[in-house]
Each structure stands twice: as C-alpha cells, then as structure tokens.
Write a protein that binds this ligand. Structure first.
Ligand code: R5P
Length: 303
C-alpha cells in the first residue's frame, strides 16, 4: 500500500507536492486549540497498517513540536506500520555547542525528543557545523536532501554572470556547490557575530568582479543581518545590485525590509519554510529520500 502523508497545519502545499512525487496518499489531519491553549490532534484518515509520513517544517518550533509529537503517538497508537518525519526545515541545529556557561545544547535535546517518536527523519540542508552529520545527533535513520542543485538551477536560469558570495566558513559547503553547478566563481567571507543582530563581515576588494552580479547565498536568513552587511559592502564598491539566495526563509521580524533597504534586487528561497520568497520547490526532491527510508525500515522489519 502507498505511504500516507499527513500535513501539520501550514504544511499542506509541501505535503501535497511530496505525495504527488512519491507517490503517496494524502491523509487528513486536524489540529484544534481548546480555549485553554491545549491542542487536540485528530487523524481523520486511518493510519492503520500504513507507512505514515508526518510533514511539518519546524520554523518557530516551540509551538509546533507538541502537536507533532502527539500526532506521531496517535499514528502509532492507531496502528501505523511506521511513522517518519519530513521536516523541510530542522530547528535548533545552530545551538550545537554551549557558547556560554550553563547554556543548553539544544540540537541534542531536540534530536533526542524527535528520535523517541519517529522511525526516521528527512530534511533539507540542516545547519551542520560542529556536528558534521545528522547521525551524530539523531540515533534514527536520517536523510539530507541538498538544495544546492535547485539553487544552482535557479542561478543559471535567472542571473547573468553571477558571482556567488558566502558570508562565512559554514556557508562554504552550499556556496561552493552552487557555484560549481552554476559554472560561476565564488567567494567565502569571514564573519564575526557578537549578538543576535550584531554581525561584522570582512569584505575584500571586489573591483575585479565589477561586471558580475553578486548572489549572496546562505543556508538561513534569520534576522537578515548577515546578508545585509554584504549587500551594503557590495553596493559601496559599485557592483551591480545583488540577489539574496537562501535555503531556509526563517525571516525574523524586519528581515525582509532590511535586506531590501540594504539594496537586494531580489530575495529568493526554497519552500522549506513557506514565504513570499519561496520560488524554489524542494518537495519533489524529498520524495526519493522518503521512499528509501521507508524501504530501509521495511527491510529491517523483515530481517
Ligand atoms: C549561521 O551560521 C547561518 O549559516 C546564517 O548565516 C545565519 O543564521 C544568518 O542569520 P541572520 O540572518 O540572523 O544574520
């Protein structure tokens, strides 16, 4: 039988794209809030005997996590054969160290919580920095879908003579890959962050790139401070207006406006977090990863 994909609220479009690509059936799931703020989850279509996929992007995770865990328990309690999680954006991955005494190592806590409920996890470009792979944090099988081929395709189709610019060493993995696939040169800069919105970036002399269109690329746009610093520097050096490209449109309040003010000609992201900038659809690319995780789960059951 085909897998059954349920969308947590706000994930309907992504889940529908995934179900089409797999192919899988779409299951109806309802979440409603009681007056006291508690959530009631209902799986309208029965998950009994099915390989279930819960689709829930985890931007603003704290309000999403409890209904998601309850949905996973409900699917299992109602007889699902397996329960996997498609989280196009995986939260908490940036808190991968105790940066100050007493701080939580949130990446590990979050991974542990999800791993207790799900048989597998698939996501798009998690923020891996100090942890080099998801298997260092997740004990369950995981799959990472790279957005770089799709971002590179967008660059090739939309930008003439691009110059890819990554803000920091973490971005090198995405920027180098996009640049290689788009046949463009790239630079990786050095960033120092001293606060949530306080970012310093050393931008070198760019005069030899004056005939190139800068494409500032990163995995996440959150406050926008990182990309805005680069936009300002690029504009001051007289290069053409830059595009901002990112995988995950976290976009904290004011970020979009700040980037336009700083001179962005265009803001483009994938649909891992639905936003007005979500031009690049990663749902079809997620399908083979899910199919393979479900098959692995099936062969472990048979062994
Ligand atoms: C951090 O290392 C990430 O790769 C991004 O550079 C960062 O999250 C962007 O954050 P913001 O938009 O708040 O500067």
């Amino acid at each position: 039988m085909r897998p059954l994909v349920y969308a947590l609220p706000g994930n309907e479009a992504f889940a529908a794209g995934l179900a089409r690509a797999l192919p899988a059936s779409a299951g109806a799931l309802e979440v409603r809030q009681f007056p006291d703020g508690e959530s009631l989850v209902r799986l309208v279509d029965s998950p009994a005997g099915r390989d279930v996929i819960l689709c829930c992007t985890l931007h603003h995770p704290d309000s999403k996590i409890l209904p998601l865990l309850i949905a996973a328990d409900t699917a299992r309690g109602l007889g699902a054969r397996s329960v996997g999680l498609v989280a196009p954006y995986l939260a908490y991955m940036r808190q991968d160290a105790r940066f100050h005494p007493g701080e939580a190592l949130s990446a590990l806590s979050f991974a542990q919580t999800l791993s207790e409920r799900f048989d597998w996890l698939a996501t798009v470009d998690p923020h891996l920095h100090r942890f080099k792979s998801l298997s260092q944090v997740f004990p369950i099988p995981t799959a990472v879908v790279p957005a770089a081929p799709l971002l590179a395709h967008w660059v090739r189709s939309n930008v003439e003579r691009p110059l890819l610019i990554g803000p920091d060493e973490e971005s090198a993995q995405w920027v180098s890959s996009i640049a290689a696939q788009a046949g463009a040169p790239y630079l990786v800069l050095e960033k120092h962050r001293s606060g949530d919105r306080q970012v310093e970036i050393a931008v070198p002399d760019l005069s030899k790139w004056k005939d190139r269109t800068p494409v500032v690329a990163d995995d996440i746009v959150s406050t926008g401070a990182t990309q805005a610093r680069i936009l300002t520097a690029v504009r001051a050096q007289g290069l053409p207006a830059a595009c901002c490209l990112a995988v995950h449109a976290v976009f904290a309040q004011g970020a979009h406006w700040m980037l336009l003010e700083a001179g962005a000609s265009r803001l483009v992201t994938t649909n891992t977090i639905p936003y007005v900038t979500s031009e690049i659809d990663v749902a079809p690319a997620m399908a083979p990863a899910c199919a393979s995780l479900i098959a692995q789960r099936g062969s472990r059951r048979r062994a």
